[in-house]
Write a protein that binds this ligand. Structure first.
Ligand code: UT7
Length: 336
């Protein structure tokens, strides 16, 4: 589905960016001491060299608060009209994590809620923030992508443990004009629930209802069917990129920097080939952080060395299935 053509209502302008990674790093070599894997397999099949993970006792809200604080500092503001947290690893299944994050940032009393679109969550969060601004509900919105997948992975699953890492990234969106640097949009968002089983946690929701007796422990862990997800990721992001380019009136040649979901470096290479986009325009920080789910896009934005005025395309894909893309001209930001 295509949404929000520029020119209707006020624009949402990216005004601040902040990120946070937990200090603990787990290298491929360390994983290979626990699991039947190797640095060589993980690097060649995924491009990942290490990932950050939170310590026991910590939670997603901590990552979100740290990134949110830095985004507010970058935007030089100490208040927001709303807080949106994109996450699939909320502190608890109920309530949402965003109200607690808002309170800990000194932002009590404002609308604060979670968005669940797994690895596409940050782009969905941006679209939600832009919608709040264009509807006149908020003048500025703090959008945070935060995930701690290390808390939901099966300790014995070498595939998912090789890929996922923890982290958070946040942006401040402010009300502005469609022709100024940082203005977001148009957006292309979509989903395919027929393939919802490809990425899931079987227990903990209403389908496998609480009985007082714990479900099978394995049912509480995240599962992913890697191969079909890989194929869907390439297909859906390619299609979404073409749609959003069409709406924006851009061509592939207009993209200065391509910031795709950092799921697997081979997916980014496949996207570059399909789109006929030179690989040097593709931003990638996957070697250092792995797949950080909803935090992936803002962490890549922060690491991408983007220069003011560059035309940037964001595209993401994840469980649901869900995908989303948008474009912007990179603004001149103060570091968070
Ligand atoms: O972020 C949301 C969206 N997620 C994605 O986009 C992820 C998409 N999928 C992928 O990135 C890849 O499918 C994976 C990285 C998850 C897996 O890579 P693959 O090349 O598709 O491997 P595979 O699942 O087809 O497995 C090939 C072999 C299997 O062994 P056999 O059955 O051929 O003997 C796996 O058991 O590789 C084995 N394998 C591993 N070996 C060493 C799987 N994981 C590992 C591992 N170390 N960590």
């Amino acid at each position: 589905m295509s949404t929000s053509p520029p020119g209707q209502g006020p624009a949402a302008v990216l005004a601040g960016l902040g990120t946070w990674l937990p200090p603990k790093v787990v290298s491929n070599h360390e994983l290979a001491r626990e699991l039947d894997t190797s640095d060589e397999w993980i690097r060649t099949r995924t491009g990942i060299g290490q990932r950050h993970v939170i310590e026991p006792g910590s939670a997603t809200s901590w990552l979100a608060v740290e990134a949110g604080r830095r985004a507010l500092k970058s935007a030089q503001c100490d208040e927001a009209g709303a807080v949106v947290v994109a996450t699939s690893t909320p502190d608890r299944p109920c309530p949402a994590t965003a109200p607690e994050v808002a309170s800990r940032l000194g932002l009590s009393g404002i609308p604060a809620f979670d968005v669940g679109a797994v690895c596409a969550g940050f782009v969905y969060g941006l679209a939600t923030g832009a919608g709040l601004i264009s509807a006149g509900i908020a003048d500025n919105v703090l959008v945070i992508g935060a995930d701690a997948f290390s808390t939901i992975l099966n300790p014995g699953d070498r595939t998912t443990r090789a890929i996922f890492g923890d982290g958070a990234g946040a942006v401040v969106l402010r009300r502005g004009e469609h022709d100024e640097p940082g203005a977001l949009g148009p957006f292309d968002l979509g989903s395919d629930g027929e393939l919802s089983d490809l990425i899931m946690i079987p227990a903990g929701g209403s389908r496998q209802r609480a009985t007082g007796t714990p479900a099978s422990p394995a049912d509480h862990y995240f599962t992913m069917s890697g191969k079909p997800v890989f194929m869907q990721a390439v297909l859906r992001m390619t299609e979404s990129v073409h749609r959003v380019l069409g709406q924006a009136g851009w061509t592939v040649d207009d993209i200065d920097r391509f910031v795709g979901h950092q799921a697997n470096s081979r997916i980014l290479t496949a996207l570059a080939e399909r789109l006929e986009l030179p690989e040097n325009r593709i931003v990638s920080n996957i070697e250092r952080v792995g797949n950080t789910a909803a935090a992936s896009i803002p962490l890549a934005l922060a690491d991408g060395g983007l220069r003011p005025g560059e035309r940037v395309l964001l595209t993401s894909f994840g469980g649901g299935l869900a995908w989303g893309s948008t474009v912007l001209r990179w603004p001149d930001l103060i570091p968070g």
